[in-house]
Design a binder for this molecule. Structure first.
Ligand code: 16G
Length: 245
């Protein structure tokens, strides 16, 4: 940050000169995507400016999205987030969506097993007392970027063995002949809680999309009840609109 002659040699406000210096360090590759910035005190010493000047330059770069500040851990160069444009009218699986884009889909398991259903699951899946439910909770990851947390509930009548789910839930359901053909989906805005944000690589309070999907078989029976949290900074849900007749 010091440069050959320090910042004093340039013209214009000091914090702007420091800001430009940081941007140059990024464009020259001295600081890469996701790299941590030195501490405020170290930058002040290196560039021979006050900490107030450093704070102003950093604030400016955070406001413009060049840097991100994480409480307790420091300031980092922003990583560009690839946005996913997801059509709202087609019933597809995460694995299919990602492979269509040439991305590699994988999941981190949060929970997988057979449980007594909650009242919410009983109503959504139309279960009777004594029925059991398979829960498949996963962090969905594409090309090593976490995109969504999905908590799927399926009746054991349609998915008797949760271990059969490898990469794709829909592929596993297909094996049993229970591929969904129609779904209802509700999308609402939410501020992520710390634990969910942590899994998604975000900060508590960041924007998320809460998505509830209920999928149906050709026969009209419900096959899947899934509650998801998608990253607000990574998803655009798009739909074609037509005028009513
Ligand atoms: C999609 C669905 C999810 C479904 C999953 C199956 C939403 C918004 N989307 O992500 O309901 O369970 O696909 O994907 O809920 P898979 O076959 O790759 O496991």
């Amino acid at each position: 940050f010091a440069g050959e002659n320090g910042l004093a040699a340039g013209s214009g406000p000091l914090y702007i000169r420091l800001r430009n210096r940081v941007e140059r360090a990024i464009s020259d590759g001295l600081l890469g995507d996701g790299d941590a910035l030195p501490s405020e005190r170290d930058i002040a010493e290196l560039a021979d400016v006050s900490r107030v000047t450093v704070r102003k330059a950093v604030q400016d770069l955070v406001r413009d999205g060049v840097l991100v500040q994480r409480h307790g851990s420091g300031t980092f160069v922003s990583k560009p987030v690839a946005r996913v444009e997801q059509p709202l009218s087609r019933l597809t699986s995460f694995t299919e969506d990602m492979s269509r884009r040439g991305w590699n889909a994988r999941s981190q398991w949060l929970q997988r097993g057979i449980f007594a259903p909650s009242p919410e699951e009983m109503v959504a899946l139309g279960l009777a007392p004594g029925d059991e439910v398979v829960r498949i909770d996963r962090l969905r990851i594409a090309d090593e970027m976490p995109l969504a947390i999905e908590r799927a509930s399926i009746s054991t009548q349609m998915l008797p063995d949760p271990q059969k789910v490898d990469t794709s839930l829909y592929a596993a359901l297909d094996v049993y002949g229970f591929r969904p053909v129609r779904a209802l989906q509700r999308i609402s805005a939410t501020n992520l809680r710390a634990e969910d944000a942590g899994l998604l690589g975000l900060e508590a309070g960041d924007a998320g999309l809460r998505i509830e999907r209920i999928s149906y078989l050709e026969s009209g029976r419900v096959v899947e009840f899934t509650r998801s949290l998608y990253r607000g900074d990574a998803y655009d849900f798009v739909a074609e609109l037509t005028i009513g007749k």
